[in-house]
Design a protein around this ligand. Structure first.
Ligand code: SF4
Length: 370
């Protein structure tokens, strides 16, 4: 959990270890207490949490922003060859096949009880049209079906996967779900249709809760039907098997339902006020291509209400949208780090890059300013 305040006169730091799994650091400043929780067994993360807490209170914001720009954003921009005039091709296409989720995560505007959008499912014609465009460019990146939704609540998902596998054969097809709607039949149909990865984020505030039985059964009942045991990588259940060269990946991760993540462009129900720490560049408009259930293309995954549409896949081609004026404008803004000039970026505290650059200084600055 990240601290809620970045700077203020620090009056007291208190450490507690009453939980068997987590330490807590409580910082009191002139605006009240804030808390960081971190796992006991992860000492690197523990060090970073403490460094972050102290640095954010001692180093002025403009200096942090300078360091961030110099040692994190710019190296990533160089590494990914990012530019407004010649943007790289997106690495992932997200199809939001149905604008619904069955999860109850408090950080997500799509969760049950929070979603105000109409419940729409993607028409196959829209999907096929986009796949044709991806086939034309021989797309070899990732195709996934999660955006602000859970893919498994879409009943024709396996048919959609089947089309993608046939039309865009070199794509890496990933299913990422909360697992609530997972059954052995669904897992079987998806594996048969040609997915490369099934990842489950199991949301439960009790991190020791027993995993649903179906999670344990998938490898034995489904995966071994289609793969030999040395072709599969499994992580997160008792049968873990690490195999970086695996043909199929099956991952289960435990996540907190009430975790505080990013403000998601101001839409996260449990984080209405964005983290005040400095934020600049954002990579998403250079790496994601998202098609929502009705064919509209938002500027990034955090644009839940599509405040900044950049295209319409029902009448425009994928590359026309990708190189279109709307996305070009967005990219110009996020490349300069001027988040104030976009209604989505203004309240968004996503760091901007998912991973730090490979340098030691870059990694340190990233973790201190995260
Ligand atoms: S900073 Fe802007 S582009 Fe990046 S995730 Fe937030 S809203 Fe999207």
């Amino acid at each position: 959990m990240l601290p809620q305040r970045s700077r203020g006169a620090l009056s007291r730091l208190t450490m507690s270890s009453s939980s068997p799994r987590f330490y807590g650091i409580r910082a009191d400043d002139d605006r009240g207490p804030s808390m960081i929780m971190f796992e006991k067994e992860n000492s690197m993360r523990r060090f970073a949490s403490i460094a972050r807490l102290i640095a954010c209170r001692l180093i002025p914001q403009p200096a942090l922003r300078f360091l961030q720009d110099r040692f994190v954003y710019r190296p990533v921009i160089r590494q990914k060859k990012i530019s407004v005039d010649a943007p790289p091709l997106f690495d992932t296409v997200f199809f939001e096949v149905r604008s619904r989720c069955n999860g109850r995560c408090r950080f997500c505007a799509a969760s049950v009880g929070n979603d105000t959008r109409p419940d729409l499912s993607m028409r196959p014609e829209i999907y096929e049209k986009v796949l044709r465009d991806l086939a034309n460019i021989d797309f070899q990146g990732r195709i996934a079906y999660h955006n602000n939704n859970d893919p498994l609540v879409f009943k024709d998902l396996h048919l959609f996967v089947d089309r993608a596998r046939k039309m865009v054969p070199k794509a890496y097809i990933q299913i990422l779900s909360n697992g609530r709607a997972l059954t052995l039949e669904k897992a079987d149909a998806l594996v048969r249709a040609g997915i490369d990865e099934l990842s489950i984020n199991y949301y439960n505030d009790d991190l020791r809760a027993e995993l649903p039985r179906v999670f344990h059964e998938v490898p034995r009942v489904v995966l071994l039907k289609y793969f030999s045991s040395d072709q599969v990588e499994i992580k997160g259940i008792s049968q873990d098997r690490v195999n970086p060269k695996a043909k199929f990946r099956y991952y289960v991760r435990r996540r907190l339902e009430n975790e505080k993540l990013t403000s998601r462009a101001g839409t996260a129900p449990n984080k209405k006020i964005p983290d005040p720490r400095p934020r600049g560049f954002c990579q998403y408009p250079f790496t994601q291509f998202i098609v929502t259930a009705d064919g509209r293309v938002p500027m990034c995954c955090a644009d839940f209400n599509i405040l900044v549409p950049v295209g319409d896949a029902t009448r425009q081609g994928v590359m026309e949208i990708w190189h279109g004026e709307a996305l070009r404008r967005v990219r110009g803004v996020v490349l300069t780090g001027n988040r104030q000039s976009l209604p989505t970026c203004r309240p968004c505290d996503f760091y901007g890059v998912k991973r730090p650059p490979d340098t030691l200084v870059g990694r340190c600055v990233y973790h201190i300013t995260l």
